[in-house]
Design a protein around this ligand. Structure first.
Ligand SMILES: [Zn+2]
Length: 126
């Protein structure tokens, strides 16, 4: 006996907003971008950015003590995943928490191997 619980995509997205952003990011090509970033890494190509002083760079007398220059490039040490989460505006910690909650919810429902949860995509959002 198949017991399928159908959940509207909007309801699911409201409950798990960061996961919804990840789905949206995949539609926008995040996997291809990630593959490209990994390829850059494999080639030894390192992304860099100019340093911009912040209040944290200054000592109590307002003198810069960070030792960096705003006119020089500094390599950034972020993984392709870190960059993708940042680019798509996804809170990684919240996303991981949502993944656990989601798995827990699915486990809770799937007491029997035939029990399923189906996320139904609405046509409204295309
Ligand atoms: Zn600085």
């Amino acid at each position: 006996m198949n017991n399928t619980r159908i959940i509207a995509e909007q309801e699911w997205a409201k409950k798990y907003p960061e996961a919804a952003k990840v789905s949206e990011a995949k539609l926008k090509g995040s996997q291809a971008i990630g593959a490209f970033l990994e390829w850059l890494q494999d080639q030894g190509i390192v992304l860099s950015q100019y340093h911009i002083h912040t209040d944290d760079c200054l000592d109590l007398d307002g003198r810069c003590e960070c030792g960096m220059f705003e006119t020089l490039l500094y390599s950034i040490h972020k993984s392709p995943d870190d960059l993708l989460f940042e680019y798509f505006g996804i809170d990684r910690q919240k996303y991981n928490q949502e993944q656990e909650a989601m798995l827990e919810e699915i486990r809770e429902y799937q007491k029997h191997p035939c029990d399923n949860i189906t996320i139904e995509r609405s046509d409204e959002n295309g």
